[in-house]
Design a protein around this ligand. Structure first.
Ligand code: XMP
Length: 518
């Protein structure tokens, strides 16, 4: 069993980042709700707890609090922001609101030698109005901000540490070092969470769950479903039937590329089902985004049920759900992060579904999924392709989804991506090459506007271009694409795609927008 850290979620927007920072150190981390049952949490056998931040104030009515078992577990605890306040309260210290509020970048001085914070003056990210006024018994101060607010405290004999700021946010200059000190020095975790390790334990878990039974897999063309299927393929080989539903909502050339990639990589045969007609009929007249997702999710399952019947009704279905899908669709904790959209993989599934799901990537972040894909020997074109939503072009075709409109969108998208590829902007993202885009695509808007082509008045639809950079798809920045590239793409789209006379560029980050338009 690999060493792990449990993160108690008090509702912070940064909770997932904490988990990522820990996993980057090759130590498994799991997020649980602050009020999850003690027995369930302790069964994870963590080597330490991290208490996340959160939007509440500890004296609020019904404010989340630190459950007893955490401090009784006799393992190290790191409280972050609200986590620091909850810890202080649980141990008899005092928290107060108001006074000098600190949001955003702040500067702190670390004065006392300690195992957590490197000794120096450093910039950190603060995001809370409350602060600790009186330390709990046995604690010593570690750092204070330039406004005199207590920025860190510890009781080293117990392994209890807390900071007012957010070490998980990259604006905190020495944040990675701080998380590393906690995980390696204080909790004494060994870095066992590696791609090979994840693969081995997934394979074992899949075999244990499935036994001799049959499994059906859904590949959608995206990285997640491909890697999930590859893992299951590796675990149970001939017990798996892999099906690819051509929904008619895929990008240009995608069907062919996927068939080639799969048949070259796997011994398994890929059964392609041509279902475009059925999708377009099911989607006729529907413009509402959530309705589209629901209809697509349902039809997807129905088609699988039909196919499953052909291969003897396997009880299991593989899905490429990844960790951010789970959290974004349902929330894990206090306040349950608002439901933004029902992801195809999770929320869109009908209640009467007859399959049990195998979701081997459910605990993984995207970058971890890619590393596993590589370790499994999947081709780069598949592993490093940009993410593509399960509902496909339907959620990029705003308004009604018709064959004509989808084909218009597909052509515009192909022009945009091929120009980006030629400019070398859609390759494998690396930390060194900040120009690399994480995702770029076209969106068709049901907005007609007046134009002039030749001497003719036109009244046609609009293409919006979207290109973003992001580390984790939870937040994203719009990309400052070169003006000459945008000019070339725009002119090619209006000239080559019938029915489009205007191209606009989306300059909104996430938040407040999402990456997809629906
Ligand atoms: P948003 O639009 O929520 O997207 O900022 C975040 C990332 O998720 C992808 N996405 C999906 N992936 N099924 C998926 O597998 C879906 O229903 C879905 N919706 C959005 C999106 O492309 C982006 O990478």
């Amino acid at each position: 069993m690999v060493d792990s850290i449990v993160i108690l979620d008090f509702g912070s927007q940064y909770t997932q980042l904490i988990a990522r920072r820990v996993r980057e150190l090759h130590v498994f981390s799991e997020i649980v709700a602050w009020d999850a049952p003690a027995a369930k949490v302790l069964a994870l056998h963590p080597r330490g707890f991290i208490l996340s931040g959160g939007p509440a104030s500890v004296y609020d009515e019904n404010a989340p609090f630190l459950p007893d078992y955490v401090l009784k577990a006799e393992i190290p605890v790191l409280g972050i922001c609200y986590g620091m306040h909850a810890m202080t309260l649980a141990l008899g210290g005092k928290v107060s609101a108001g006074g000098v509020r600190e949001y955003g970048l702040a500067e702190i001085d670390v004065k006392n030698e300690n195992a957590l914070l490197p000794l120096s003056h450093q910039k950190v990210w603060m995001s809370h109005g409350d602060r600790v006024d009186a330390l709990p018994a046995g604690f010593e101060p570690l750092a204070s901000s330039s406004n005199g607010i207590l920025a860190g405290m510890s009781r080293a004999d117990k392994g209890w540490y807390a900071v007012q700021f957010h070490p998980e946010v990259h604006h905190t200059e020495r944040g990675k070092e701080i998380v590393q000190n906690f995980v390696y020095q204080i909790c004494r975790c060994q870095p066992g969470w590696t791609a090979q390790n994840i693969i081995d334990s997934s394979i074992q878990a899949i075999r244990a769950k499935v036994g001799e039974q049959k499994v059906i897999a859904a590949v959608s063309g995206g990285v997640d479903s491909s890697v999930a299927t590859a893992l299951v393929q590796k675990a149970i080989g001939p017990q798996l039937s892999t099906i690819f539903i051509d929904t008619g909502l895929l990008r240009e050339g995608e069907v062919e590329q996927l068939q080639i990639a799969f048949e070259e990589t796997f011994d398994a045969k890929l059964t392609t089902i041509n279902a475009g007609q059925r999708y377009f009929s099911a989607l006729a007249g529907i413009s509402e985004p959530e309705k589209k997702r629901k209809v697509i999710g349902e039809l997807f399952i129905r088609l699988f049920e039909e196919q499953a019947a052909r291969v003897g009704n396997p009880p299991f279905l593989v899905q490429g759900t990844i960790y951010p899908d789970v959290v974004e669709s349902s929330g894990t904790a206090f306040g349950k992060a608002d439901r933004i959209k029902s992801h195809h993989n999770v929320g869109g599934l009908p209640a009467d579904m007859k399959f049990s799901l195998i979701e081997p990537l459910r605990e993984l972040f995207k970058d971890e999924v890619r590393l596993i894909g590589e370790a499994l020997g999947l081709p780069d074109t598949l592993v490093w392709r940009q993410p593509f939503p399960g509902p496909g072009l339907a959620v990029r075709c705003l308004g009604e989804v018709t064959p004509d409109r989808v084909s218009r969108l597909r052509k515009a998208d192909a022009i945009f991506t091929s120009e980006l590829n030629q400019a070398g902007l859609l390759g494998r993202p690396t930390r060194e090459d900040a120009r690399q885009l994480s995702q770029a695509f076209a969106v068709l808007l049901p907005v007609q506007s007046v134009g002039v082509m030749g001497d003719q008045r036109t009244y046609q639809e609009t293409i919006a271009l979207r290109a973003v950079t992001t580390e984790d798809f939870m937040t994203a920045d719009w990309a400052m694409l070169p003006a000459d590239l945008l000019a070339r793409v725009s002119s090619r789209i209006v000239n080559e795609v019938a029915g489009v006379n205007r191209v606009v560029y989306d300059i909104t980050s996430k938040p407040p927008a999402t990456i997809e338009w629906e």
